[in-house]
Design a protein around this ligand. Structure first.
Ligand code: NDP
Length: 341
């Protein structure tokens, strides 16, 4: 069997979204999978979307989608729909690749993880960064002991939100709007595997974009305390923003023997670059990868469905990232430190 045949998942799309059209449908096709149908709440949008993306079938009825001959669903609706739609899909015996944040509460996310386990189905969360070539390389360099024990980390995930994405993401209450569930959640998906168990979170947030005076928060700074496997505390700081023009993303890791500076660390497009600074000076670790991180996620998903691998980011890992983001939201609104255990 060829690699393409191995990856031949028959997908149903739940949510006629931008990310599905711009990233996931092309990634599904290039990983050898087939997109069978799309479901949207609006029948005209479903029909237009199916035509524009050459998807053979469309519906507004989730039950109808789940009755089709599909193996798995990719959920990229607005955030508040992720849990109820994932639940229905799992109950219909479909494997699920769900967008982040996987749910709006940790209880919902935990229920999703348990349901997938009980039914023997794959649940994966579409955090694209952790299994990208860049972040795999960062973890490899860290695991080799190159910078010693990590003491602290800093992520800058600030930029200017593209006008086409400025709808519900900031303006619609009830959708899990705001930069924290959108971007801090991604930061946590990167930091958690590097630093250990998140134990406490403190955050401040603001509306800084001229075009977002009334919406959900568009800028947040978060401090996260971790406990590493030796029981030591590790400190992390993140800045997430939709309001910062001409900003570049980065990740800095500070260790007992050196530090890593990673440029373009949090993007969908750039492969990024890693510089090690230690007693010998600076060493570059360019990451020369044409790999599409979404294709990596889909290939690992297909392996997990075949029972020969695990998802790039599992439901449990998505839940851990969500817990950090929810704690940041709570802290930003209460002003208190939120303890995770
Ligand atoms: P979109 O705004 O493009 O789509 C979200 C939903 O809005 C769609 O599912 C659709 O609802 C509705 N919608 C969009 N356009 C129309 C229209 N013209 N007419 C009627 N309804 C419309 O969202 P995004 O693609 O930006 O985000 C979707 C999800 O993906 C979010 O959970 C987000 O957090 C996540 N995301 C993840 C990324 C990653 O890298 N992992 C990157 C970007 C987003 P319906 O469900 O009814 O079809």
């Amino acid at each position: 069997m060829t690699e393409e045949q191995h990856n031949m998942i028959k997908w149903g799309l739940i949510g006629a979204s931008d990310i599905a059209a711009t990233r996931m449908i092309p990634a599904m096709r290039s990983s050898g999978a087939a997109v069978h149908a799309v479901m949207s709440g609006s029948s005209s949008h479903a029909a237009d979307y199916a035509r524009a993306n050459t998807v053979p079938a469309h519906t507004t009825d989730l039950r109808q989608l789940l009755e089709l001959d599909i193996d798995a669903v990719y959920i990229s609706s607005t955030n508040e729909k992720h849990y109820p739609q994932a639940r229905m899909a799992l109950l219909a015996d479909k494997h699920v690749l769900c967008e982040k944040p996987m749910a709006l509460t940790a209880d919902e996310a935990g229920a999703m993880v348990r349901l997938a386990d009980e039914r023997g189905l794959v649940l994966a969360i579409n955090h694209h960064l952790p299994q990208s070539a860049l972040h795999r390389k960062i973890r490899e360099v860290v695991a080799a002991g190159t910078i010693g024990k990590i003491l602290a980390a800093q992520i800058s995930n600030a930029g200017l939100l593209h006008p086409r994405l400025r709808g519900w993401r900031l303006s619609e209450p009830g959708t899990g709007r705001g930069v924290i569930l959108d971007l801090t959640c991604h930061d946590a998906s990167v930091l958690n595997p590097l630093l250990g168990i998140p134990t406490a979170v403190t955050a401040v947030a603001a509306n800084q974009a001229e075009w977002n005076r009334e919406g959900g928060v568009d800028t947040a700074m978060t401090l996260i305390e971790y406990e590493n496997k030796n029981g030591d505390r590790v400190l992390a700081q993140t800045i997430d923003s939709f309001a910062m023009p001409h900003a570049k993303t980065s990740l800095y890791l500070y260790g007992t023997n050196g530090s890593l500076q990673v440029t373009d660390a949090m993007t969908q497009d750039s492969s990024g670059a890693i510089t090690l600074t230690n007693a010998e000076g600076n060493t570059a670790f360019p990451v020369d990868s044409n790999e599409d991180p979404y294709v990596v996620i889909l290939e690992k998903f297909a392996e997990a469905v075949r029972g020969v691998g695990r998802p790039a980011v599992s439901g449990e890992e998505g839940l851990m990232a969500l817990r950090v983001a929810l704690a940041a939201e709570e802290s930003a609104s209460s002003g208190a430190v939120v303890r995770l255990r």
